[in-house]
Every structure is written in C-alpha cells, then in structure tokens.
Ligand binder design. Structure first.
Ligand SMILES: Cc1ncc(COP(=O)(O)O)c(C=O)c1O
Length: 412
C-alpha cells in the first residue's frame, strides 16, 4: 500500500501509490462510502423520486429528503426559514436565481461582486447588469478576505464567495456583510463552492438569501445545490420551467407546485433530478461530519508544511502586491497566500507554470495551472503570470506533501 498505509483510515484505498491528487478545489476525490452510496442506489433501488408508488421510489424519496435535511443541519440553518433545491452546479444555481430575479419588485439598482470572484458569479453579474441596465460594482477584498461594508451601496444585489478558489481566504465578516446588505434594502447570495468542504464553519448560521454550492467540491458526486430563504422566493419570477415543477397544466396555464409551502424546492428543480447523486451527497455530508480529529489535523499540518516551505524558500502573501512592487530578491518561488489554507497558488520566476505542472504530473503530482477561472483579478487586474494551484484534501498524506516539496526543491 506504500504511501497510503500510513493513513489512519483510508477511504481512498482505490488510489494507486503514485497518485498524488492536489486538485480538490476543482473536484474532490470521492471516498468509498460516497461511491458505495451511489452504487447502492443503482443496484438496489434505482427509481425516480416523487412520482412512483413502488417501494424503490419510496426509498429514493426518503433518502433524497434526508439529504435536504442534512444540508440544512450541516449549515446549522432552520427548516422553517430555508429550503434546499438541487441543480447541476454552483454556476447553474447562481444563474437560475439571477436570470429569474424580479428586480422591479425587489427595487434593485445595483449588482455588486468582489474582484476575486470566480467567473461563475463574475460573468453572470455582467450579464445581469446588461440585461437590466443597472450599475455593476466590483469591490476589493481585504487581506483577510473580508469586505468593507461601506463599499456596498443601497438596493444592491450582492454575490460574494465565502472562500476563494485562488488562496482559500474566507469572507471573514460574512455575518456583518449579510446584515448590512439586508439593512440597506439589498439581497445577498453566497457562492459557497469552495467553503463547503474545508471552511464550512464560516457558513454556519449565516442567513443570506441563498447559498449556492457544488457537491463535487465536497467529496460528493457531480451535483449542485442551493439553500434558499423561504421569504426570498417571492422575488423569483419563474421562467425556467418543466416537469416536476407543476401540479396542474391547462392549455395556456399551469399551477406551480412551489405555491405549496412544503414544495418550495420545486421552484428550481425542473425535470428529473440526479437522485443517486443527491443520495450520495447525503453520504458525503455524513462522512465529513464524522471525520476523525486526526484526519483534520493531517490536513492542517499538510497546509502548514507547504506554507512554511514557501516562507523559507520564497515569498508569501503576494496576492495583494502589484506587479511593479513584487519581490526582486532573486527568490524564485512566490506564494499568493497570506496564510495556509487547503488552496494555495504560486508561481516560479522564469518558469512557465504549465510546463511545471506537466513536469509534476510526470511524477504523479496532479495540480492545476493557469488562472482557475479568475481571469479578471489574476491576469487583468494584478498581472500575475499563469499560476500553479495546490489544493489539498483528506486523501493527502504527509509523505505526499514531502514528495511535492522535494520536487519543488529541485526547481529552486
Ligand atoms: C469560488 C467558486 N465559485 C464558483 C465555482 C463554479 O463551480 P461549478 O463549476 O461547479 O459551477 C467555482 C469552481 O471552481 C469556484 O471555485
């Protein structure tokens, strides 16, 4: 078993010794219990949810409902205030909200995002502003990931990530931001794509209008989910519509199932859903909730070890430093992070990140290279060269990190 024999409990034993997966910010690996839950659905009760009378369908309904509840429990939100709908991914959820939002009813005059947003909210905010002819404001994040609330205007629709996919910095003052937006007659949707797996504490008991995330970044199958405030739904003017969303249809009219307060989730669930994936997301939440302290400690130690390596052998905290002010000390390695997180991005002076990524891949080390869908900030605003991103997960052992750092040492 080589490298993996040293892990306390190995739910990733299907990996080969050589596989050092460091791309969890794109898509996590799936632990055995999650894969088993998906297989169990296919093999034992493969059925449509919410419409069949046979036993398999009842099992599906029970488990799908249980996943909805687990998500709310995971975020410490109340069923009386929020509901959960499933989608394809974070991008899809954000677009479902933005494209159906009734700005007149909501009296919205601005759309606001931050400069380090992923293309997913970045692009959808551009099209939202264009479609409605409203102002779009892009605000800067502070070093610690927080936002100056004074930068958020009144009557704004705000979309912010709870954790960045460049350096994992979190929206430290998330509760204050949400309160401010609501007190300023605005609405706020949180992009929790990166926060759900390793920074979920920041999301607990936060009460934005919606939270969108991707299950595939939290050890679950490919799937999206949205957690939506019940009182937000009145601003959604349904136009993306199909089977599963209506209780009755006449020649020119229909009755939306979401008129029933117990079926609000149907508002965003058009057509058949990914029942097996939803059920396996429930298994992923159980798995995350029951992780051992030592698994969490290993992840933290791995993060710290990488950060220390950059501190000793290069520079750190480059994310806010303009091109002309960047280090000229002759050091080659430059980490963008101010602090260790499970997502760390760097570049090497004089070395193409894509080539380095390929060289690392030759050693079985799987990283991401480029701008990670944050083109505006990384390329156009800060003028970084293409980067390498190391995104850690619970599958990574200390030995794997030593191997990575050994390879980086060769570079310097
Ligand atoms: C912060 C953030 N937001 C949104 C997304 C988009 O996620 P998806 O492609 O699953 O919709 C990503 C994907 O990497 C992300 O990191």
């Amino acid at each position: 078993m080589g490298i993996f024999s040293k892990t306390e409990k190995n739910d990733f034993s299907y990996l080969k010794d050589r596989d050092i997966y460091l791309d969890g910010a794109c898509q996590s690996l799936r632990p055995e219990p999650v894969i088993n839950a998906l297989n169990q659905y296919y093999k034992e009760f493969n059925s449509c949810g919410e419409r069949v009378k046979y036993k398999w369908g009842k099992i599906t309904d029970e488990k799908v409902n249980s996943t909805r509840e687990k998500i709310l429990d995971y975020l410490k939100l109340k069923k009386k205030d929020y509901f959960v709908s499933f989608t394809l991914n974070t991008t899809y959820g954000l677009n479902l909200i933005l494209s159906q939002f009734d700005i007149k009813k909501a009296k919205i005059k601005n759309i606001v995002i931050s400069d380090i947003e992923h293309n997913s909210p970045f692009l959808s905010s551009i099209s939202f502003a264009k479609k409605y002819g409203i102002k779009r404001k892009v605000i800067s994040r502070n070093k610690d990931g927080s936002i100056n609330i004074k930068d958020i205007p009144k009557n704004a629709f705000v979309v912010l990530n709870a954790a960045s996919n460049i350096d994992g910095r979190t929206l430290k003052n998330i509760k204050e931001v949400i309160k401010h937006v609501h007190e300023s007659s605005g609405f706020i949707v949180i992009d929790a794509a990166q926060a759900m797996a390793h920074s979920k504490e920041i999301l607990e008991k936060t009460e934005p209008d919606a939270i969108c995330f991707s299950a595939h970044k939290m050890y679950a199958p490919s799937l999206g989910a949205m957690v939506v405030r019940k009182d937000f739904v009145k601003y959604i003017d349904t136009s993306f519509i199909g089977g599963g969303m209506v209780d009755d249809v006449d020649l020119e009219s229909y009755l939306l199932s979401s008129e029933n307060p117990d079926h609000l989730y149907t508002k965003f669930e058009s057509g058949l859903q990914a029942w097996g994936e939803i059920i396996a997301l429930g298994a992923a939440i159980d798995w995350l909730e029951n992780l051992s302290k030592s698994a969490k400690k290993t992840l933290e130690e791995n993060e710290q070890k990488i950060f220390n390596f950059f501190k000793e052998n290069g520079t750190v905290g480059n994310i806010d430093i303009k091109k002309e002010d960047r280090d000229n000390s002759g050091k080659k390695l430059h980490l963008l992070n101010h602090e260790p997180t499970s997502t760390m991005s760097f570049y090497v002076d004089g070395l193409d990140s894509h080539l380095l990524g390929e060289a690392l891949a030759g050693e079985g080390i799987m990283t991401r290279t480029g701008y990670f869908c944050v083109h505006y900030f990384l390329d156009h605003k800060m003028h970084f060269p293409p980067l390498i991103r190391i995104s850690l997960g619970y599958q990574n052992t200390p030995e794997q990190i030593d191997k990575l750092l050994g390879e980086l040492r060769k570079v310097i």
